[in-house]
Design a protein around this ligand. Structure first.
Ligand code: G3P
Length: 222
């Protein structure tokens, strides 16, 4: 299972990257717009925080395929390796994905709203597809559509990795994990909820209190 952080906030990336073995960071124009600093500076800092083997996803801005290809190449030039251009799965995006794949360039097809749309992106050579789980809910059951997508890609023996994105509830994340989704990209708050639990906080408090009252010590003095 791979886990990406869906944010461009460097403090949050540093915090969670120190705690977890993250596989990388995903961004999009909206995410980068939320930061108060220039996006070039933010991307540069994220690259500095990440190890070389962690992926960084950055989205193209052009809406025509030639422009998307040009944007994708600019994105790739920002880092020696593991920089992945995200391309919206519009008809122009699919063209760009196909042409970039002909050149051996990995892309992530983003803003995916259905399993067949993801399948077309995968068939065009997208290495990753990002279905927007919650946003899909306006059209169908997003979680179920992603589960069906997993099955579909496996049926056709495709290696394309699903990066499930866009969540509104922890339950959506749980259902996908229990169904063995390839990977998730989560906003920081949802990511923290994977490992933070009030039960763990009170259990550790209980252990410390028991130790202190029995041995009158705060630590392990051995
Ligand atoms: O990575 C996908 C994403 O950022 C969209 O999420 O929360 O805007 O639906 P959201």
């Amino acid at each position: 299972m791979k886990l990406y952080l869906d944010t461009a906030n460097v403090e949050q990336i540093k915090e969670i990257n120190d705690i977890l073995r993250l596989d990388g960071v995903t961004t999009n124009p909206k995410i980068l717009s939320k930061e108060s600093r220039d996006y070039r500076e933010v991307i540069k800092e994220i690259i500095e925080i990440l190890d070389d083997d962690q992926l960084l996803f950055m989205q193209v801005l052009a809406s025509d395929h030639q422009g998307m290809i040009a944007d994708a190449k600019k994105i790739l030039s920002l880092r020696k390796k593991n920089m992945v251009p995200k391309i919206p799965a519009t008809p122009e995006g699919l063209k760009a994905i196909k042409l970039l794949s002909n050149e051996g360039i990995d892309t992530l097809a983003t803003a995916i709203y259905s399993a067949p749309q993801a399948l077309m992106a995968a068939k065009n050579g997208a290495r990753y597809v990002a279905p927007y789980v919650s946003r899909m809910d306006s059209f169908t059951d997003g979680v179920q559509e992603v589960i069906m997508l997993e099955q579909t890609l496996r049926n056709y023996n495709m290696q394309t990795e699903i990066v499930a994105a866009s969540f509104r509830t922890q339950e959506q994340i749980r259902r996908l994990i229990y169904n063995g989704v390839d990977s998730l990209t989560l906003a920081s708050d949802f990511c923290r909820k994977l490992y933070e639990h009030e039960g763990t906080v009170s259990a550790t408090k209980e252990f410390a209190e028991a130790w202190r009252s029995r041995f009158n010590e705060d630590g392990l003095n051995i």
